[in-house]
Design a protein around this ligand. Structure first.
Ligand SMILES: CC(C)(COP(=O)(O)OP(=O)(O)OC[C@H]1O[C@@H](n2cnc3c(N)ncnc32)[C@H](O)[C@@H]1OP(=O)(O)O)[C@@H](O)C(=O)NCCC(=O)NCCS
Length: 173
């Protein structure tokens, strides 16, 4: 099995359109803002994600972040986001990393792999430790955080949601 975590690129917009339409719009605080867009608006959204990864045209209160697509044997199966640094809000909710796997590929270990591969990118960027927040009732999400060495720092209610805060030492990956 060949795994590749690739930053979103404009040249992939055409082939990734259907994939982003199949990925649900919002689950457990993870949003897919490309869901429901026309092909034309999808290409614009891809460009805005590329801009974000370069720190360009950021909306107020936003930090730079990179969107990656994980390919398994050449097929896109999931998306992750890596924020390059955190502001005050993201230290309470959001954290460095979000992951999203296509529903039909869940429960096969890919959630674990995409988080590991994204944490390796965080390490390459000099991020240590990485903060990850998971909804308390999202068992698959926080199991992967623990499997990757995440230390449970707190469980707090933030905006009405019970959130687990994990601290991950990226030097150990
Ligand atoms: C969270 C998510 C990325 C996990 O992806 P996945 O491919 O299903 O995860 P894995 O197959 O790697 O499983 C991860 C762990 O959860 C466990 N798990 C999987 N499904 C489970 C379930 N329904 N109930 C309890 N545990 C479950 C697995 O056994 C595994 O633990 P283990 O390695 O100790 O056995 C995926 O469910 C998803 O995309 N959810 C919607 C978006 C989301 O919630 N993102 C996370 C917040 S940013």
């Amino acid at each position: 099995m060949q795994i590749e975590l690739k930053p979103l690129q404009l040249s992939d917009a055409e082939t990734l359109y259907e994939f982003f339409q199949k990925l649900p719009a919002s689950e457990n605080g993870k949003n897919n803002r490309a869901h429901g867009l026309s092909k034309e608006d999808f290409a614009k959204w891809v460009q805005s994600e590329i801009d974000s990864s370069q720190g360009k045209n950021l909306k107020p209160g936003y930090v730079p972040g990179t969107t990656y697509v994980m390919y398994v044997d050449g097929t896109p199966v999931g998306v992750s986001n890596l924020r390059h640094y955190l502001n005050e809000n993201l230290q309470k909710d959001g954290g460095h990393i979000g992951t999203h796997i296509l529903p039909e590929y869940r429960g096969r270990g890919f959630g674990n792999i995409i988080k590991l591969e994204t944490l390796k990118k965080a390490k390459e960027m000099g991020i240590n430790p990485a903060l990850v927040f998971n909804h308390d009732d999202n068992v698959p999400a926080w199991r992967t955080s623990e499997k990757l060495g995440g230390k449970l720092e707190s469980i707090n209610i933030v905006n009405g949601v019970k959130l687990r805060k994990y601290v991950i030492d990226t030097s150990k990956l």
